[in-house]
Design a protein around this ligand. Structure first.
Ligand code: TXA
Ligand code: MG
Length: 322
């Protein structure tokens, strides 16, 4: 693994971009920071490269990957956008929103990426990742850069612990700003369906399009192979909605509650989301039996945080990958 600093305004940035483009061009993998979490990226048109992403993550091949684009034009060469989805892309891209659209037969995306589904997940990330895709000139397939079923990485150090010794280029762009994965939406019967909650809320989606938006957790009617219950799982058992830590437990607090770590002392849910995975990783390393988590208000970003916590706390027997 080779780690390179990746900050767009530094003198070495162009050289790092060029090296990353070369790595992707020969079918290699690049771990790249996005505004949400780090992704493990490969040329989406190269079947061997995409296969190595699945292999390195230990991800089952029935679970499709998100294709990352540098702009709407690149996205429209891959998927079919109606007016409403075009409005969403124009409003929220680059940013933490993934759109599930019908895949065009002419799309130069390997079938492995979408696990043979007729649909494809598209997202245009912000910052260095967007610049990398633009420099490469082709879309990148990228899941979160963690072993399948484990906690998503929000810093280069997290990626390094997951994949040390592997043949990848790791771009270190510091901490991810949002800290949890993008909101994923699809459309069914003229209604927007949230498949995975994230920073972009149901209200924002509805305000932008004027359409009704199904709430996270409702049945979407859309096939979403990756939405397994158990996911984002630490080693220690996770216990939710705790006011007091149990014996031999690590405590993850919010607001005024006391704990080993605090997601946000002021109860700010944005700050809490950006700390969530890092804190869970740190508490996991304490080697306690369990991690107790304070109640998180079920509003705004709290919906996405509770979604990830519920998956992390789900029984492990049901883990089938990510
Ligand atoms: O913020 C993010 O979205 C991050 C960064 C790296 O972009 N990526 C990410 O990828 O979270 P991943 O692979 O960890 O999660 C992608 C989710 C999976 O649950 C997968 O099943 C779902 O997207 N997905 C991909 N294609 C789909 C499709 N055609 N239909 C329904 N769900 C799909
Ligand atoms: Mg993931």
């Amino acid at each position: 693994m080779q780690t390179l600093k990746f900050f767009p305004d530094t003198p070495e940035f162009d050289a790092v971009l060029a090296q990353s483009v070369e790595q992707l061009g020969v079918g290699g993998l690049v771990a790249v920071p996005t505004e949400t979490v780090y992704g493990l990226a490969a040329d989406a048109s190269n079947g061997l490269a995409v296969a190595s992403v699945f292999e390195m993550k230990g991800r089952p091949q029935f679970n499709p990957l998100i294709v990352h684009v540098s702009n709407l034009e690149m996205a429209e060469a891959i998927g079919i956008f109606d007016d409403k989805f075009r409005m969403l892309a124009e409003r929220f891209w680059p940013g933490p929103l993934t759109l599930i659209v019908e895949k065009k037969p002419s799309a130069k995306i390997h079938d492995l990426v979408s696990a043979n589904l007729p649909t494809i997940a598209l997202r245009c990330p912000r910052g260095g990742a967007q610049k990398l895709i633009a420099a490469f000139g082709r879309p990148l397939a990228a899941p979160s850069a963690n072993r399948s079923g484990k906690v998503s990485p929000t810093s280069a150090a997290h990626v390094a612990t997951e994949f040390s010794g592997e043949d990848i280029v790791l771009l270190d762009g510091g901490e991810c700003e949002v800290g949890i994965e993008s909101t994923i939406v699809g459309m069914l019967d003229g209604k927007i369906r949230i498949l995975r909650p994230g920073l972009i809320s149901a209200e924002e989606l509805s305000n932008c399009t004027g359409l009704e938006v199904s709430k996270a957790g409702e049945k979407t009617g859309i096939i979403a192979p990756g939405m397994m219950q158990s996911h984002y799982a630490p080693r220690s058992k996770l216990i939710l909605d705790c006011l007091q830590p149990e014996n031999n437990a690590a405590m993850l607090a919010l607001g005024a509650a006391e704990g080993h770590l605090n997601l946000s002392r002021t109860g700010d849910l944005r700050e809490a989301a950006s700390n969530l995975y890092r804190h869970i990783r740190e508490l996991d390393q304490m080697g306690k039996d369990s991690i107790c988590v304070s109640p998180i208000p079920h509003e705004g970003l709290g919906i996405a945080i509770n979604d990830r916590l519920a998956r992390a706390a789900a029984p492990r027997e049901r883990v089938k990958g990510e």
